[in-house]
Design a protein around this ligand. Structure first.
Ligand code: PRP
Length: 214
C-alpha cells in the first residue's frame, strides 16, 4: 500500500482531479467529510488529509510515501525529500510586496521589518542579497503588516494579485515561481519503487498530454 499525504485547502480539488484521471477513485475524499484517512476500495492507496505546511514532515518521516505540496511549503520546510514532479497546479509566485513608494526609497534600509508566513524563505532571500531584515512571523492576512504599520513590507504568495491590489499594495520584488510538487520519501523510493514509479509515470504522461493539447 502507498500512502499519499494531500494538502487540504486550495490545492486539494485540483490534485484530486489529476489523480482521478489516473483512474484512482477519489470520490470519498470530495465533499464535506471530516474524515482524515481514506483507503481506496482495492486497498492499494491510502490518503491522509493534512494541513499544507505539514505535508513535508509526514513524507520525511515516512508516514506518507508520497506528498503533494506547494513549492513554497517545501522551500520553507527545507526537509530532505525527493522532489520528483512539477504538477503545474496552484501556480503563483513568491514576492516581496508593499506600498509602491517603498520602491523609490529602497525596499530595505537599516531596520526593515518584513511580515510573512515564510520566515525561512524570507531570511534566505534577503541574506542572499546581503541584507539583514527583522522578520515578523504571521499566520495569515499578512497584507495587514504594511497596512497597520506592523511591518514595512511582506513576503507572500501572489496568485491573481487581487489581495494586493485591493489593499493598495504591489509587488516590489519577485522571489520565484511556485507550483505544486510531488515529493517522495527517500526510503520509500527504494522499498516501494515499482508502485511509486507507476504513479509518477502515469502523472507525467497525463501532464505531457495536457501540455501537448494546449
Ligand atoms: C494567500 C496569500 C495572499 C493571497 C494571494 O492567502 O497569503 O494573501 O492568498 O492570492 P491573490 O493574489 O489571488 O489575491 P490565503 O487565501 O491562503 O489566506 P491567508 O492570508 O489567511 O493565509
Amino acid at each position: 500500500m502507498i500512502t499519499i499525504a494531500l494538502a487540504k485547502g486550495r490545492l486539494a480539488d485540483q490534485t484530486l482531479d489529476l489523480l482521478e484521471q489516473l483512474g484512482i477513485d477519489c470520490r470519498e475524499l470530495r465533499g464535506d467529510s471530516r474524515k482524515l484517512i481514506f483507503t481506496t476500495d482495492d486497498g492499494s492507496i491510502r490518503f491522509i488529509m493534512v494541513k499544507p505546511s505539514d505535508v513535508p514532515a509526514y513524507v520525511e518521516y515516512g508516514t506518507a510515501d508520497i506528498g503533494i505540496a506547494g513549492k513554497d511549503t517545501l522551500l520553507e520546510e527545507g526537509r530532505p525529500l525527493y522532489e520528483m514532479l512539477d504538477l503545474k497546479l496552484g501556480c503563483c509566485r513568491l514576492a516581496v510586496a508593499g506600498f509602491a513608494d517603498r520602491k523609490n526609497s529602497g525596499i530595505t534600509n537599516s531596520h526593515t521589518r518584513v511580515a510573512t508566513k515564510y520566515p525561512n524563505i524570507t531570511r534566505n532571500y534577503f541574506a542572499g542579497k546581503g541584507e539583514t531584515v527583522e522578520i515578523i512571523k504571521l499566520n495569515g492576512s499578512v497584507e495587514l503588516g504594511p497596512l497597520t504599520g506592523l511591518s514595512d513590507v511582506i513576503v507572500d504568495i501572489v496568485e491573481s494579485g487581487r489581495t494586493l491590489a485591493e489593499n493598495g499594495l504591489e509587488v516590489l520584488e519577485e522571489i520565484g515561481p511556485v507550483s505544486a510538487r510531488l515529493v517522495v520519501n527517500q526510503v520509500s523510493l527504494k522499498t516501494k519503487r515499482d508502485e511509486i514509479k507507476r504513479i509518477i509515470d502515469g502523472l507525467r504522461e497525463l501532464l505531457e498530454g495536457e501540455a501537448n493539447d494546449s
